[in-house]
Design a protein around this ligand. Structure first.
Ligand SMILES: [Zn+2]
Length: 89
């Protein structure tokens, strides 16, 4: 069972996407990720879905989304991406 945390085609990977949404990326990192997103529909879809998940986390009564909540969202979306890639073309 593959548990590679990064999409093999994508340098930044979902980890960077979650960091982008958490605001923990440095400016150069964010710039690099923006450039990648411009050419990668997979990552754009992942980012949009991730953002929704995190909004849902923030909507809970807790003042700050727990890292665990974000990590779970990332895992769910990575699994979804992997399933799409594994499907027939
Ligand atoms: Zn990508």
């Amino acid at each position: 069972m593959s548990r590679d945390p990064r999409c093999p085609r994508c340098e930044p990977g979902a980890e960077s996407l979650s960091e982008l949404l958490e605001g923990t990326l440095s400016a150069p990192q964010r710039h690099e990720l923006d450039r990648h997103l411009a050419g990668c529909a997979d990552c754009r879809a992942l980012l949009a879905a991730l953002r929704e998940q995190i909004e849902a986390c923030r909507a809970t009564p807790r003042p700050v989304p727990s890292p665990d909540c974000v990590a779970r969202a990332v895992q769910t979306l990575q699994a979804e991406l992997a399933r799409r890639r594994a499907g027939p073309h």
